[in-house]
Design a protein around this ligand. Structure first.
Ligand code: SAH
Length: 228
């Protein structure tokens, strides 16, 4: 398929199918928590972001892009430019092949670096960071970078009380308001879970985090001040 421009009128199901057919990690590295974002989860997240007006014509960064599922999906939905940031060179090669397979390579700039090194300002971050099940708080540098480079962030996290509380506190500390848009199943191949089952199904929250602007934050205070 050749689709240099946005695929107009694409259905969410069709996007999910295209993304689920992309090439996966050749040798997933557990320490980097390399599990690809399932096509249906990626499509759900991107569809929501698109509906909020955060994809079409926008500069988007995919932090921890892995095989490029979210980057390619954002490009298909009409992002103006996508930065795919990934530390593992082998994964970047896969992501490049995936982008080419759907004619999206010209829209995506591949950045083979640690997320902490990424320094471009973008409109929107979409990401599926490590869940922190191998290394606790592995998602922190991703959130910090996202808060630094964008005002709107879409991210996937485990649907657990502890994680929800962390996201709530950590986001607000950085002047972001987190909102869970929906909760979905996320299938992970069993290689990370001692092969008990072929697929492990976990539950994840899809978040939209938005920066609170100084003015809004201090609106009440300012109002009071002016009246006085
Ligand atoms: N959306 C991706 C999967 C993300 S899994 C896909 O569908 O393929 C998390 C990704 O973050 C992995 O590819 C891992 O290699 C990468 N990663 C982990 N730590 C990183 C870091 N510090 N900087 C950049 N990438 C990192």
């Amino acid at each position: 398929m050749r689709a240099g421009n946005a695929v107009r009128g694409m259905k969410k199901k069709h996007l999910a199918m295209l993304l689920s057919r992309l090439e996966g990690f050749p040798e997933p590295k557990p320490e980097l928590e390399q599990y690809r974002t399932p096509g249906d989860v990626a499509a759900e997240l991107l569809w929501l972001a698109y509906s909020f007006g955060d994809i079409e014509g926008k500069a988007v960064a995919d932090l921890g892009a892995g095989t490029g599922v979210l980057s390619v999906g954002a490009a298909l939905l009409g992002a103006g430019k996508v930065y795919a940031v990934e530390v593992d060179a082998k994964a970047v090669e896969v992501a490049k092949r995936n982008a080419c397979s759907l004619g999206m390579e010209e829209k995506i700039e591949f950045v083979n670096a640690d997320v902490t090194e990424f320094d471009r300002r973008v409109d929107t971050v979409v990401m599926n960071p490590p869940f922190g099940s191998q290394r606790k708080h592995a998602d922190r540098p991703f959130l910090l970078k996202a808060f630094e480079v964008a005002d709107v962030v879409y991210s996937i996290h485990l649907a657990k009380g502890e994680v929800r509380n962390f996201l709530e506190a950590f986001s607000r500390e950085h002047n972001f308001i987190p909102r869970i848009l929906t909760t979905v199943y996320f299938e992970i191949p069993a290689q990370f879970f001692f092969h008990r089952k072929r697929l492990e199904r976990i539950t994840t929250d899809l978040y939209r985090l938005e920066r609170v602007h100084f003015f809004e934050k201090h609106l009440n205070f300012k109002g009071h001040h002016l009246r006085g």
